[in-house]
Each structure stands twice: as C-alpha cells, then as structure tokens.
Write a protein that binds this ligand. Structure first.
Ligand code: NAD
Length: 429
C-alpha cells in the first residue's frame, strides 16, 4: 500500500521548516479555511514553481578567481510574470529567497498587479568589492539566469544592496545576449534608461495613502494626528514629508544614529536637511532625545516601522500604545508581537499592502517600457494613490466579512486571486 501522502512530502513543504519559509507556510495554513473550493489548489502556494541555483565566478581586481552562489526563485506565475528584487548580502540563504519570492506573489496579488512572485540573491558582502567587481558579478549572474528572466517571464528589481546602476547593468547584459534593447526586463532603472518618475518616493507615498485610509476608518483626523516613525530613509523620510504636508505632527523619528522627539511635532523639512548634511537624525535642532523604550512607549495615533525587519517583538510589544501601526518595512512585527498588539485593539496595516507602492510603480515602469510612452509624475502619483486605496478597501471589506485581521484578510484576497487564476488556467497537459 502506498505511504500516506504527508510522509512523502519533501521537507520544504513542512511548516516546521526553520526560517522565513516556515513562517510563510504557517501563514498559508492560516488562510486555508477561508479559501472555500479553491483550497484544493493550496499546494500550489507551498511549492515554488522554479528554483535556480547558479555558480557566479568572476575574476577579482587582483587577478584571482572567486566563486559566489546566486539564486533566482520563481514562486508563482499564475497571474503574470514573476516580479521581485535581487539582494546582495553575505547572509542570503535559499530559504530566505524562497520566502521573499512567495511574499512577492502575495503582495502583487493583494494590490491586484498582473504579476506573480519571484526573488533573487547572491551570497556576497558587497562592501568587500570594488564597483568593477560588482559589475562583473552582476553581469555574470544575469547571464546565468538569462534563460528564465524576461519582460514576459520574470522581471527583477532592486532590493537590499542593489540599485538603479545594477539594474542598468542587468538590462544591458540581458539586451546584449538577446541582440536588442529590452528595457522592460528589469524595473527600478535610472529614468534615463526607461525608469519611471515617482519610483523613489512610491513606497513612502503608498504608506501615507494606506495610513490615511486606516485613519479615516478609525475616525482619526490626519490633520493634528500624532505620528512616530522608525527609519528616515527612502520609505520613512517620504512618508514623514507627506504627513507633515497634510498637517499631521510627526513627533518622533528613530534612525540608526538615534531618536529625535518634539511633542509639538518635528520640523520635517529641517530634519531632512539635517540628515543630508550629517547622515542621520541625531543632534537635530529643537529636538529632545528619547530612549528606545520611550520611543516604543509613545502614545501615538499612527506608528510606522520603516527601517528593518523584526523590530517589534514580544519584548517591546507590551510598550506599544498606538491606534494604527502601518508596516512600512518588510516583516517588522513578529507573529507573537502581532497577537499582543492586536489584542489591544490596534489596527495593523500589513506590509504586503502597506509597502506595495514600490512594486506598483515598478508595474507602471514595466507598462511604460512596453509602450515606450512615459507618463508625468502627476499621472503616476494619481494612479498609485487610486490602486493603494482600492487595495486597502478590498482588504478591509474582507476583514469585516470574516472577522479577521487586516493581515489575514490581505492573504485571503491575494491567495484567492492566485488560486482562482490557477483554477481557470487548468493544468497542462
Ligand atoms: P533606506 O536605506 O533608505 O532607509 C533605512 C532607514 O532605516 C534609515 O533611516 C536608517 O537610518 C534606518 N535604520 C537602519 N538601521 C537602523 C537601526 N538599527 N535602528 C533604527 N533605524 C535604523 O531603506 P528604505 O528603502 O527606506 O527601506 C526601509 C524598509 O522598507 C526596509 O525594510 C525595506 O525592505 C522596506 N521596503 C522598501 C521599499 C522601497 O521601495 N524602498 C519597498 C518595500 C519595502
């Protein structure tokens, strides 16, 4: 007699799998009961469609040869080509890239972009290499994954330690191998090479838009609302500027140099200038400093972690007193902390929707590249805001319908869309 199916499952299908992939599998198990008949397809979400591990050898500047391990994981392409960044970091693992690729499938579907999910990475510490070495690594990696990427297959983008220049080298390498110019193979490119206006501010703008939606639902007036933000870079800095322009009081900002606080609201434009000239918020005029625990304990209307993952844990969740928590960063709240904070009645706007503004404008970049017709920044911001509002209201309606958190609702919306596409496509052959 055949073994029961579960005994034959490879270990990566087991939700006790350690690391981020195991966390993702637990999230899928949690939404399964809400998927109705579509749940017969659930294993689609638990198996990455394709995993490619490549050797990336290059000649170093000193003439020796070094080998690096590179990955590209395409989690799902039921709704469209894979989409997701490429990370250069010495700690990149296959489990991490698998989980990040799956969360990209969820994020793309949660905001209704016609993309699947993918992610790539190279195990390398970029600080140990010259720009010339980084260029050679980028070009060799792109050549190695060439067969599985393309504007209709899988579209990489920047992530940790990769940027517009690296995307330009990826686009050039792909184009040279194809014998043409294919701008739409990557997004996050410089504007001079088919990049989109508004891309840099897109994630922070999306955070601001969904925070306003959550505030409106909770009866909080953004004008005069008290806001604290961890991270004052691309995401946190842009969100702070937009809240300030809307008349909110950004009372505290926490970055890698310290914490600044002003109970009447920080002077955000002056803080931006201070960070430009000194590299961080510490020491800005008209501010007090706070301890880390005092920062997390602040009574606020909106708290925005927009720095690193794993910042809000069971160790500091008890301190938090905010009405709305908007996840600008990826994975800033651990599952235990999420339970503690939600139990206090705080609304948590999950990362898969809250920080999806970046991938949304990446989608606009891809569309513009296909038509070689470029939109104004005003058009881009207008369309971004409409898509973020629609994503928020769809998620919020499902949360009310099932009596679940916004995070579970975002997963229900996204997984239903992916599996619906899977079902109507059917299985080939
Ligand atoms: P960034 O590098 O521009 O800014 C990071 C900010 O975090 C800086 O202000 C830095 O001082 C602060 N920071 C770093 N270490 C810190 C520490 N130990 N304690 C407190 N603050 C610290 O990065 P970003 O692009 O703004 O990204 C922030 C987060 O948002 C990341 O989790 C990223 O993955 C996520 N995210 C970014 C985008 C995007 O389009 N940029 C899209 C989706 C998600």
């Amino acid at each position: 007699m055949a073994e029961p199916h579960s005994h034959t499952l490879p270990s990566y299908l087991d939700s006790s799998h350690p690391g981020p992939w195991g966390i993702y599998l637990q999230q899928v198990d949690r939404v399964a009961p809400y998927l109705g008949n579509l749940s017969r397809w659930i294993e689609t979400l638990k198996r990455p469609k394709r995993i490619l591990i490549v050797d990336v050898p290059i000649q170093l500047d000193n003439g020796t040869v070094a080998h690096f391990e590179g990955y590209r994981v395409q989690h799902n392409n039921s709704r469209g080509p894979g989409k997701g960044g490429v990370r250069y970091h010495q700690d990149v693992t296959l489990s991490e890239v698998m989980a990040l690729s799956a969360w990209m499938s969820v994020k793309s579907a949660a905001v209704n972009l016609p993309f699947g999910g993918a992610k790539g990475g190279i195990r390398i510490d970029p600080r140990q290499h010259s720009m010339a070495e980084i260029e050679r690594i980028t070009r060799r990696y792109t050549s190695e994954i060439h067969d599985i990427i393309g504007p209709n297959k899988d579209i990489p983008a920047p992530d940790v330690n990769t940027n517009g220049q690296i995307m330009a080298w990826m686009m050039d390498t792909y184009s040279m191998n194809e014998g043409g110019t294919t701008t739409g193979v990557v997004t996050g490119k410089p504007v001079s090479l088919g990049g989109s206006l508004g891309r840099i501010e897109a994630t922070g703008r999306g955070v601001y838009v969904v925070a306003c939606e959550a505030a409106r639902e909770s009866g909080i007036d953004i004008k005069g609302a008290r806001i604290a933000i961890q991270g004052f870079g691309n995401v946190g800095g842009t969100a702070a500027r937009l809240f300030n322009e809307a008349g909110a009081h950004v009372v505290a900002v926490y970055d890698h140099t310290g914490i600044v606080y002003n109970s009447r609201g920080l002077n955000v434009p002056a803080l931006v200038e201070h960070v430009k000239s000194t590299g961080g918020v510490a020491g800005a005029a008209d501010t007090e400093t706070l301890s880390v625990n005092d920062f997390w304990s602040l009574k606020t209307d909106i708290l925005i972690p927009a720095a690193l993952e794993g910042q809000i844990t069971r160790d500091n969740a008890d301190l938090i007193h905010t009405r709305i928590l908007v996840e600008g960063a990826n994975g800033p709240t651990t599952p235990e902390a999420d339970d503690i904070i939600s139990a206090k009645g705080t609304i948590i706007v999950p990362d898969v929707v809250a920080n999806a503004g970046g991938v949304t404008v990446s989608y606009f970049e891809w569309v513009q590249d296909f038509s070689s017709f470029f939109w104004t920044e005003q058009e881009i911001n207008h369309r971004l805001e409409a898509m973020m509002r629609a994503a928020y209201s769809g998620m919020s309606a499902v949360a009310r319908q099932h009596g679940v958190s916004l995070r579970t609702a975002a997963f229900i919306v996204a997984c239903s869309r992916i599996l619906e596409a899977r079902q109507v496509r059917g299985l080939y052959p």
